[in-house]
Ligand binder design. Sequence first.
Ligand code: PLP
Length: 874
Amino acid sequence: MKAIRRLTVRPVLPDPLRPLSDLARNLRWSWHEGTRDLFRSVDPGCWADAGGDPVRLLGTVPPARLAELAGDGEFLRRLAGAAADLDRYMTGDRWYQDRERSARLPAAVAYFSPEFGITAALPQYSGGLGILAGDHLKAASDLGVPLVGVGLLYRHGYFRQSLSRDGWQQEHYPVLDPGALPLALLEEPDGTPARVALALPGGRELRARIWLAQVGRVPLLLLDSDVEENDLGERGVTDRLYGGGSDHRLLQEMLLGMGGVRAVRAYCRITGHAPPEVFHTNEGHAGFLGVERIAELCDGGLDFDSALEAVRAGTVFTTHTPVPAGIDRFDRDLIARHFGPGAELPGIGAERVLRLGGESYPGGEPGVFNMAVMGLRLAQRANGVSLLHGGVSREMFAGLWPGFDADEVPITSVTNGVHAPTWVAPEVFRLGARAIGAERAEEALTVGGPDRWDSVTDIPDEDLWELRRTLRGQLVAEVRERLRASWRERGAGEAELGWIDGVLDPGVLTIGFARRVPSYKRLTLMLEDRERLTGLLLHPERPVQIVVAGKAHPADDGGKRLVQELVRFADDPRVRHRIVFLPDYGMGMAQKLYPGCDVWLNNPLRPLEACGTSGMKAALNGCLNLSVLDGWWDEWYQPDFGWAIPTADGAASDPERRDAMEAAALYELLEQRVTPPFYERGRSGLPDRWIEMVRRTLSLLGPRVLAGRMVREYVERLYTPAAEAHRAMEPDAARGLAEWKARVRAAWPGVRVGHVEASAATATAELGSTLGLRVRVGLGDLAPDDVEVQAVSGRVDSGDRITGAAALALKPVSGPDLEGRWVYEGPLALDRTGPFGYTVRVLPSHPLLASGADTGLVAVPTDEPAGTAAPLMR
Ligand SMILES: *Cc1c(COP(=O)(O)O)cnc(C)c1O
């Protein structure tokens, strides 16, 4: 019989065990081994059945066992210790509180993301973007940063993957019952659930309740549209992560952005939490948060342009992908309908919203509304996620700042990091704790700080090698178990599966490759030359074994074909003991996989991997990286940490040829460079060269890849300046800035750079000398205070283009003459040898702007009026 309604009945814990409930509901257990140990000891069998999820565990432990524990003095003592530890964690001063005394840090930051990967027990993520968001919240919690996370609660999360007999990906969408997840409803003081509602076209309404997940010190608000007051269609808005067509996606993104701001407001009102001074959007999906905040300010009496300035000041936008398919783009008509009359935000014309996301630049599509473009227009500060990706993003979005070189596009970068307490295997942590003590080891992993972990140098070779062997052995056991389960799901009987006991060898060099399966990540590059790969797998003295995992997006048949190709290869009895594909890659598997591998392989099409984080998690466990120089590896690769796979970008434009060349380079590296140091033995009987690389990876790379380092950078380089800009942007200041921009834009066609005179007009000069520059600049209706006149200089290429330009502000010395022209002067130092060039330009200048390129306006020497109103401003 089918139930008409379902609910979750929560267990009643005996009084002495009450603190267990608080420990289960704060997700800090997911990165705190001690708390997990406590739960395991409640009932090891139930713990395993519950998949290591304390809320599920408490729902299944027999009452008799609970009664027994309630009288177990030793258990109660441990419980009290864990509860006190959590209390200390939640209330003590941390890095942020120490800094707050010296700097005016934001009172709170709201962090929006379409997905959050915090633990396998809360499956609300699909891959790297979500896990990064989870790591961001955890690191913020460890550092004491007052962050509030905002996302959606997907009723089916992302899909679970299994395989058909012939290796085709199968998708399952388990129903998640929020009552059985580590969540609590946000309630109004009168006990009713807090609600947000959005008006939709056609008189419909989208309502959502708000779930609260406690991620250490950081609250995470998750909006859920599956409430009875909604019509069926609206109930389904938060059904799946990245599912459905574009109407569905738009509703999800409106709920996340606009509903999310309202959820934050409700949370602050109900709990007394400080209101955010900074709003940070992880990718463009939550971009409507800016539109919502403009509407709030317009309701308060500000005009749109002034509100836009005020919102931009306190907004940070992080872009995550140079792959166009990774950016949400909507039909303009769809946006027009949802922001037209009768829909939400009637105070803001659809035309204004449309202009924010319009691709109004060369090469843009006129009928398209682009969420990344809106994200950039709504944020005064933006960043990519590695040094390389920052550069790629500046090129990619340069069309929004015409007249500026790509390297001046105001998009910086903060290289991603990973939350070490989540990703470091307990065995690795214990080895570190043995060297410097648990407390210092924890501090080193969370806050970070020193550039190198010197204590790793003192760990004996035998201990490091023993650690690698232990972790590899655990992985082998885990792989066999998962492979057996997978084959059962594929319909195999136990009698067929005896061979699985011989799958993988704890003594063989183990390579891991696991990630989502978009085509740019090239899951099957290793299959380019199957014979050569087989030779590596079956090498008589120096074999390798490979563990592969990854989900293809449900709508991506191309990706599913790649999975099938790999599965079919791995099914071959000749090699199936040396290469396996494990279905349903997720955080639970990842936590076992990274530590157990010796080498982590990554072979994306450069430069499409914005950062990549799995290799960082591997490195923190002493695994060496073998990767294309893309994302973070391009920045931090050293021969001590692993190997760089040579790329053929530029050389081979034909993608097939490029794959073949890069695969050949990969095989050669494996044969010549990777396997020998693993198998050779030094005088002590250990692989000395390998161990030295492990040691250097841990001590030198470890401290860089931390999420703590990343969040500290966000606080110092983006959140704090954004909070200061937000504070400076009082309503009058915002109005003043908006009026100034309008005036400058109107007057700009009158700005002209006249003849530039130099003190020496020769074609050669000596290093260390100075060139006196003098230029006549027509400012039209503007005054010197409105602009900066700059000499821009640097090395020039054969086309006279200045590279690595430096800007020097020139000073007005006289003016205006009868025609409104000013004379500017300044000394240009000739501080480098070789071909050198300079030019002069005029930029609008205002103390409330973060970047000289902000307005997109610039005037350069020409007889024509230069720099028409830029797309950024239209
Ligand atoms: C870290 C992680 C990712 C991201 O991996 P990339 O190599 O950066 O793409 C994806 N999925 C899971 C489960 C992860 O833990």
